[in-house]
Design a protein around this ligand. Structure first.
Ligand SMILES: [Zn+2]
Length: 368
């Protein structure tokens, strides 16, 4: 016998009290908090009526107490708590009391490495440094057969789903035969999870790997994957512009979006983000590029950073910052931390000014 909906919700809330994926279920929840930023300014149907404040705590936290009906994974009706009754049309629908829990849209996790996940036990990065992370992952690669990759990826998907994620983009180490092995495993998982998770996959290689016929092959492989994206690791060199032109050309020919790992260091001379932005404009690929990490931006001069940020804005590039990853891995010798502290405040407002619109496009379609 199937567990009742209320039991499922209770279980989900015990995993994460603030979010849960309940697609294709039909229920009305009473007394649910929703962040004010996710709601229209006024009560639906009453353009002059602001949302009422339920209690001082909710007001301080910018939460609004609502009654909510969800059907087929989308909000069917919404009103201020207790102000009107939600009529449930379906006999299978349930009414539940979320006891002032908070409801969010499901998460869209835009930057993951499912192929690297859950390998710590056999390959721990004991120094916590960026360099050891790279070395450990490289050494761990000997285990990455189809079965191993599938098992670790599947566990990551289960964890993500249990905590309310709806969409995941993963970078895939794509050197040599590994691309076929990892992408093959991910294809199976994509099929198995197709009714619960949207999964995208991005090429992760240094850009020289896109040269010659090998590059065409790699691009074709990702173009065949439903949700495939081209990308990689641009490195500062005299070749960079040409390499970017090549990747953009391959992406355009296959109508693929692009996603790059840029400037993951405390070295201010690393500014591949600017080159990517210039390439996006040069190729008319505005709005189709995402860049992750962007650490060195924080240690560059105000003038240099502003020039890059203006280009990023013009290119419509979505920015993914990875604070958990980079606070852990970066600057363990403290070389850049002084510079970072000085620039943190001024950079914060600049960084906030451009990424959200671009990022929002990649988060669009999120449902409760
Ligand atoms: Zn990454």
């Amino acid at each position: 016998m199937k567990a009742p909906l209320s039991a499922k919700i209770k279980h989900s809330l015990s995993v994460s009290r603030s979010c849960f994926p309940l697609l294709r279920l039909h229920f009305a929840s009473k007394t649910t908090h929703i962040p004010r930023s996710l709601l229209p300014n006024t009560v639906p149907g009453c353009p002059d009526r602001p949302w009422p404040e339920s209690n001082p705590f909710a007001a301080r936290e910018n939460l609004v107490l609502v009654d909510l009906e969800i059907a087929d994974g989308a909000i069917r009706s919404l009103c201020a708590a207790g102000t009107s009754s939600i009529e449930l049309s379906s006999p299978t629908a349930e009414e539940i009391d979320l006891k002032r829990g908070i409801v969010f849209p499901c998460f869209a996790d835009l930057h993951t490495h499912l192929d690297k996940g859950h390998s710590w036990n056999r390959s721990p990065n004991l120094s916590g440094s960026f360099e050891e992370a790279l070395a450990r992952v490289a050494a761990d690669g000997k285990h990455w057969n189809a079965e191993d990759v599938y098992r670790r990826m599947e566990f990551s998907l289960k964890c993500a789903y249990a905590h309310g994620t709806q969409a995941i983009r993963t970078h895939i180490d794509s050197y040599g035969e590994q691309a076929a092995i990892s992408l093959g495993a991910l294809k199976h998982l994509q099929q198995e999870w197709r009714d619960r998770l949207t999964i995208q996959a991005v090429t992760l290689v240094t850009l020289d790997c896109f040269e010659a016929a090998e590059g065409e092959k790699l691009a074709d492989r990702f173009a065949e994957f439903d949700g495939g994206i081209l990308g990689g690791l641009p490195l500062m060199s005299s070749e960079l512009e040409g390499q970017l032109d090549r990747v953009f050309t391959l992406a355009k020919a296959r109508n693929l979006d692009l996603d790059f790992h840029v400037d993951e260091s405390g070295d201010p001379s690393e500014m591949t983000l600017r080159f990517v932005a210039e390439a996006a404009i040069r190729h008319g690929y505005e709005g189709r590029v995402v860049c992750g990490h962007c650490c060195s931006l924080a240690v560059q001069s105000q003038e240099a950073a502003q020039k890059t940020i203006d280009l990023v804005r013009a290119a419509g590039i979505g920015i993914v910052s990875l604070p958990m990853c980079n606070l852990y891995l970066q600057d363990r010798d403290q070389a850049a931390s002084g510079l970072f502290t000085q620039k943190e405040k001024s950079m914060a407002s600049l960084q906030l000014s451009h990424p959200h619109s671009a990022l929002a496009r990649h988060h669009s379609g999120s449902r409760i």
